[in-house]
Ligand binder design. Sequence first.
Ligand SMILES: Nc1ncnc2c1ncn2[C@@H]1O[C@H](COP(=O)(O)OP(=O)(O)OP(=O)(O)O)[C@@H](O)[C@H]1O
Ligand SMILES: [Mg+2]
Length: 267
Amino acid sequence: MIKFEDTHLNNIIELKNISQSYDGGKSFILKDFNLIIEDKPAQGQFVVILGMSGCGKSTILRYIAGLQQPTSGEIKIHDRARVEKDRVGMIFQQYSSLPWMTVLENVAMGLEYKGMEKKEREVKALEMIELVGLSGHEKKYAQYPTLSGGQLQRVAIGRSLLSNPEILLMDEPFGALDIKTRLQMQEMLENIWHKFNSTIIFVTHDISEAVFLADDIYIMKAAPSCIADHIAVDLPLQRDRNTKREAKFLSLVQEVEDRMMKVSELR
Ligand SMILES: Nc1ncnc2c1ncn2[C@@H]1O[C@H](COP(=O)(O)OP(=O)(O)OP(=O)(O)O)[C@@H](O)[C@H]1O
Ligand SMILES: [Mg+2]
């Protein structure tokens, strides 16, 4: 298992000695789970979590989002317990847009907490709508089938990024999309996330998606789960469609697949 040196140096997220049981301690979904993510405020970072279905990936995101407490262990943001004003955003696999609002209202909502005037909010929201590739759709209601699944995820990503989250949690956000839309969404996210200096924690089952987006990949083992492996993705910061054809990318995908298979054998 991976041992994390506790440096106490500018960690943005620390999950320490986490365990999770749903049957009063007879069995554990998570046991001795530790994950420390260093703060990189001026550049942001992209962390991907991989692991078999049911190993507890969504559970980990729910802890960080403050939606759930573990059976035991500590969750810290900036070396203290999570507080309400921590800027943590979450995007779920199913669409997280508000269907009674238009695309523009949804995206502009990301700025409301700042007390910015409506006009200024709209100008900024329109810039974001263009960045996420939704120009021309701003007056539509953010609901299916007026917008497609991929477009609804673009709305959610635009709103989340505009609210300038320090931590953005993304739980299989492209899982329900067709392959073409999924690849477009990967490129869109890759192109824009650098601008926001957020720490993104992204869960996926797609190894190519993981390598394309990540700075760091963590692999969880089957329950009782913890982080069993870590791979630093040594690819250029700016990546595009051609990156996926490079020998280095392909060998990294193979390496992650091999290491996932090894992890899957751990008890
Ligand atoms: N309230 C609950 N009561 C009992 N078991 C639960 C509860 N919530 C989650 N679990 C169990 O915890 C385990 C981890 O669930 P989680 O959703 O975190 O997995 P996951 O890694 O996100 O899986 P997937 O890749 O399928 O999304 C599962 O076995 C699930 O059944
Ligand atoms: Mg899940």
